[in-house]
Design a binder for this molecule. Sequence first.
Ligand code: GDP
Ligand code: IMO
Ligand code: MG
Length: 424
Amino acid sequence: MSNTIVVGAQWGDEGKGKIVDYLTEHVDVVVRAQGGNNAGHTVIHDDVKYVLHLVPSGILWGDKLNVIGNGVVLDPIGLVEEITKLRGQGVTITPNNLLISDCAHLAMPYHKGLDKAREAARGDKKIGTTGRGIGPSYSDKVERAGLRGTALRDADALCQEVAERIALHNEFITSQGIEPVNADEVLPKLREAAIMLAPHVTNTVVALHDARKAGKDMLFEGAQGTFLDIDHGTYPFVTSSNTTTGGACTGSGISPRHIDRVVAVAKAYTTRVGSGPFTTENDAIGDMLHNMGREFGATTGRARRCGWLDMVLVHWACMVNGADELAITNLDGLDGLDTIKLCTAYKLDGKVINHPPSTIAEIERLEPVYEEHQGWKQDLSGIRNADDLPPLAKKYLARVAELAEAPVTLIGIGPSRDQTLRVC
Ligand code: GDP
Ligand code: IMO
Ligand code: MG
């Protein structure tokens, strides 16, 4: 038995979906334990592109058990849309292969309205959320005012409760210039979603421990990334859950004692969606990647901000997550560059530091310290064996591993399932 957490080491969109898909072949159960449909995990297989938001990526393998754990905030209407789309792509989804925790909190239409209204109220200090109601859903959870998965079992009672809450929240929503939530439009959809999802709702803690005791292997599919973590990220420009490894345990009911391996995922460069400081941001890298048709958000379609690989962040992420291994994706994104920069430290007010400061004011004053690497200037996408990587790419990766203090064991050289190289 071996249980693995896959966690993002940057600001999300590191390619976790692709790495989870790659590792899923050898596991029995795939679990989402935090976040909601703010996540967008892209998996490309046989030229078909799948984008997973709430459904664990293991669903694409057919014979795996997929669990939406108690730590997730679940938008029932969004989940039904996602399931319908996946079924349209030929994916089998039944109450036997997709379980929903009866304790997962529900992200409701008024949470989305509140998300947009609170963003409007923040003005130029807005976070740049995905608008999926994530912050307000977790606020209700912590405030002990949330509705949970069990509520899906009584669609009429749920709709009645939600109608009351919509009426309550619409006043603030409209006061910020945001369209009120239209109860006549959303309640029938919510009712239909509750009826469709109710057979999937169960005590997933029991299901996961039954699987564990039966010797099944589990994979925890992290959403977002370390620097979007509510505690360890660039607060307040973060999401509202613990995206680091602890979140996988609290969000599933599986103890840290039963976790055997942590794989941190980082791109060979850095991206960020939404507001907040980004020390190595570089518009030229962004233009290059956007012109290649890359780095547009899987959930919102927004162009991602791009920059050089920040090893201060990746090192910190490997440390707080206890990474045993590092997966570096999108190495092929650097194929055309003469020179590649790697941020190895920061200067803060003239002093060299090796860790990310805690306040936004300090992070905004950081100057990156770069070392330069010669580019390999070669198309990597056709390589199928890590040994065949050009020496300059190997040198770059060796330096990344050294700075991260974690071995690079997986390398992404393209978006497809067969474009992940394992370092033996
Ligand atoms: P996630 O949220 O961490 O699962 O990542 P996203 O799916 O949001 O974004 C990662 C993007 O990079 C997607 O478009 C993937 O298809 C793509 N991708 C992942 N790994 C690689 C890689 O090694 N090379 C290339 N070219 N694309 C990759
Ligand atoms: P995956 O799982 C990248 C960002 C948003 C915003 C901030 C808060 O695909 O890596 P939220 O809607 O969560 O309140 O937004 O977090 N964000 C992500 N950025 N990838 C994600 O997920 C993200 N989920 C949230 O852009 O800056
Ligand atoms: Mg994503």
